[in-house]
Ligand binder design. Structure first.
Ligand code: MG
Ligand code: ZN
Length: 428
């Protein structure tokens, strides 16, 4: 009997130890995804034919909240560079800083430690791959605006003699194929496979490092992507190419939630959230089959001051965000030169535009004012509110599943999330 108990305890012990130290870490950043975004998405995704408001994949994975402020010398509201540096290195820094501290000295990131330990590393994002968030995990620069320098560093820097990243998927032709330097060629000559059409991603052979660029800057909006659901494709491909005996660290970013927030564009925001939700659903299954994988999702900050309900109305009606034929940005492009704005607007928005609503569409004379007019119509129909075109300082939700996910329960500072990942990497 005593032997049996010892055996069971030992078994339990091993199982627990195994479950607590992930072989693979997948960090996901929903850029700008404050708590109003996950709540709005629940309502957006709700099946209106049932009395219940169905829970989402976000609800299933929720474990806590995180504070996001940068170094106090820069106040309480962070940008994505300081946010990414905090999440990647555990160091508070100034807004604009990419993987450097207040003295502009490089700080080690969790991705770099993973690489040093012999794991494979990758990024799969919907912005350009050298944008603030992925750069905050993979580069060091005093300013996020030094896009070319950051792109160069992806090729020039080495960790233990190896390239920083084995897999890079996202946008960025503008920075990787330049007059002064063609990094795509350089990567190819160094043994990387290169691909520039997302439709061919599944055909790429596993075994060689991979560079995939699918846009000049970011990849197209989810609403404009012809194959739909682009982040799940990027995430699945990255995982497939990173899997190996020693494990991997992958950063996935739903980058354009933030871009929709800056534009106060709730329709684009909900489509980006849906793209992320589908990615998470796939990852839920992946973790079931690969329990030695940890998935952590959070936001770097909230964007736009999105509110569910506006102008004193006690209701939020997302219907107007659901039938769009394309992104509001693209609708604006098509409406501007059109002689028949009324019929075209109704067709592209997927609902009958009223006489009142038409006024702003008729008078718009620039792409910006037209985009604003369209977003305003959708805001009014849905009772969506916004307080700013910038970021806000609210806490953001934290989500985690898989090995070691219990470490992320409760309130964390964004720097704690990095510290916990460092500890998990070192424990294995
Ligand atoms: Mg970002
Ligand atoms: Zn932003």
């Amino acid at each position: 009997m005593k032997q049996l108990v010892t055996y069971l305890l030992a078994g339990l012990c091993c199982t627990t130890a195994f479950a607590n130290t992930p072989k693979n870490i997948i960090m996901i950043v929903g850029d700008g995804m404050g708590p109003a975004y996950t709540t709005a998405y629940r309502m957006f995704a709700d099946n209106a034919s049932t009395p219940a408001v169905e829970s989402t994949v976000f609800d299933r994975m929720l474990v806590g909240m995180a504070s996001t402020h940068p170094d106090f010398s820069d106040g309480y509201v962070t940008d994505s560079a300081a946010g990414a540096t905090a999440l990647s290195s555990g160091v508070k820094t100034y807004n604009g800083a990419i993987g450097v501290d207040l003295d502009k000295k490089s700080v080690q990131t969790v991705l770099e430690l993973a690489k040093k330990q012999g794991r494979k590393t990758g990024i799969a994002v919907t912005s350009q791959i050298n944008h603030a968030t992925p750069a905050g995990f993979s580069a060091h620069n005093e300013s996020r605006h030094n896009y070319n320098e950051i792109a160069d560093s992806y090729f020039d820097n080495r960790i233990e003699g190896k390239f920083v990243l084995d897999v890079m998927l996202g946008g960025g032709w503008k920075y990787f194929k330049r007059e002064d330097r063609n990094l795509v060629n350089e990567f190819q000559q160094a043994g990387y496979q290169y691909i520039d059409d997302m439709a061919n991603l599944s055909k790429v052979k596993v075994g060689k490092p991979l560079l995939g660029l699918f846009g000049d800057k970011g990849v197209p909006w989810a609403l404009d992507f012809k194959h739909k659901n682009r982040l799940p494709i990027l995430a699945k491909t990255a995982v497939k190419h990173l899997e190996n005996d020693k494990g991997f660290f992958l950063l996935i970013e739903a980058s354009q939630i933030d871009w929709a927030g800056h534009a106060n564009d709730v329709a684009a925001a909900m489509a980006e959230m849906h793209d992320l939700a589908l990615t998470l659903q796939w990852l839920e299954n992946y973790v079931l089959k690969n329990p030695d994988t940890l998935v952590v999702l959070t936001a770097d900050h909230s964007t736009g001051g999105l509110t569910i309900g506006a102008r004193g109305v006690y209701d939020w009606v997302p219907d107007a965000t659901k039938a769009l034929k394309m992104s509001p940005e693209k609708i604006a492009q098509q409406l501007l030169p059109s002689k028949q704005r009324w019929t075209l607007a109704s067709e592209l928005l997927g609902f009958e535009v009223s006489q009142d609503e038409l006024q702003s569409i008729i008078t718009a004379d620039t792409h910006k004012t037209m985009h604003r007019a369209i977003c305003k119509i959708i805001d009014n129909r849905s009772n969506t509110g916004w307080t700013t075109s910038g970021h806000t300082g609210v806490d953001v939700p934290v989500f985690a599943i898989g090995a070691g996910s219990e470490n992320f329960i409760g309130h964390s500072d964004n720097t704690d999330i990095a510290k916990k990942m460092f500890a998990l990497l070192k424990a294995r």
